[in-house]
Design a protein around this ligand. Sequence first.
Ligand code: NAD
Ligand code: ZN
Length: 343
Amino acid sequence: MHALSKLEARRGIWATETEVPRVGPNDLLIKIKKSSICGTDVHIYNWDEWAQKTIPVPMVVGHEYVGVVAGMGSEVRGFSLGDRVSGEGHITCGHCRNCRAGRRHLCRNTLGVGVNRQGSFAEYLVLPAFNAFKLPDDIPDDIAAIFDPFGNAVHTALTFDLVGEDVLITGAGPIGVMAAAVAKHVGARNVVITDVNDYRLELARKMGVTRAVNVAHEDLWQVAKDELDMHEGFDVGLEMSGNGAAFSQMIKVMNNGGKVALLGIPSGDVKIDWNEVIFKMLTIKGIYGREMFETWYKMAALIQSGLDLTPVITHHYPIADFQKGFDAMLTGQSGKVILDWEA
Ligand code: NAD
Ligand code: ZN
């Protein structure tokens, strides 16, 4: 089968031919229709320090996709050939205490599709059937292809009650802008998003934020006070940049009793003013992945109730032009990039 693989321990990703993986008794064989490129795939492409110590070479990467069930193991129940699916990219062990308690997202032995095992930039993916999510017919393929990062946005955005609240999102990358759209959709009062990249801030505006602020040349708190009549601070913060300066800024503008969910992954140590945390009695919670599988059901319901994610998909290419897709991601002038296996 055709696949995109990290064939060599250097910058790049390459088209290759490889064996269709073996389908175990509890697995689905999924024929991929569309793939989407994740920031993680860009780390792997760039062969940064994290990728070098994490990714075995050669490795078929990728974990954002929509496809159809093309085969299944003898023990699989609940799926039929032809079912349209996306899938949870965190493969959990099923035997640690958290798994046994139903808290699969907290499994200590999680393996990542396209990180620790063969991924979905391929004609076929083999996935434990447990991880597959059967898609309702009214979820379009493009949207289904981005369910993995949409799930990060939904998991983070719905961690704290947003209804009627003033919400600050730092980082208008694809996940930040999707979280902003979710926050608006579920009834937040003001949704303010920050970035230093005007392309991304424009994307956030298309997704319906109250105000997109370029913190490189605007004063966030001044904007909140003068334009939005906010005088006390933000109720909920969603950190989605991984940038330490953004996190420190967020802590400063939170109201007393504010709640902060942290999704962005910093590349090194981040200094924060603990006095702000203590005297404001802030709650800070780290977020990893998606809840299995509550986040997936919520994603489907959000789309079915009219949440529009289409502006976040900015580029489409046939799989043969995958390099153009990676180039678009590398410029920072993109939202989600979709690669089509059938084009
Ligand atoms: P992205 O890198 O595309 O977006 C991050 C954005 O933050 C960029 O647009 C960047 O310009 C912006 N930014 C940089 N400095 C800033 C500052 N000072 N203030 C405000 N914004 C600033 O990333 P993404 O794909 O949207 O993902 C968001 C974050 O979530 C990343 O850090 C990613 O690694 C992380 N992530 C975490 C999980 C998890 O399970 N915890 C899963 C997926 C992604
Ligand atoms: Zn486990």
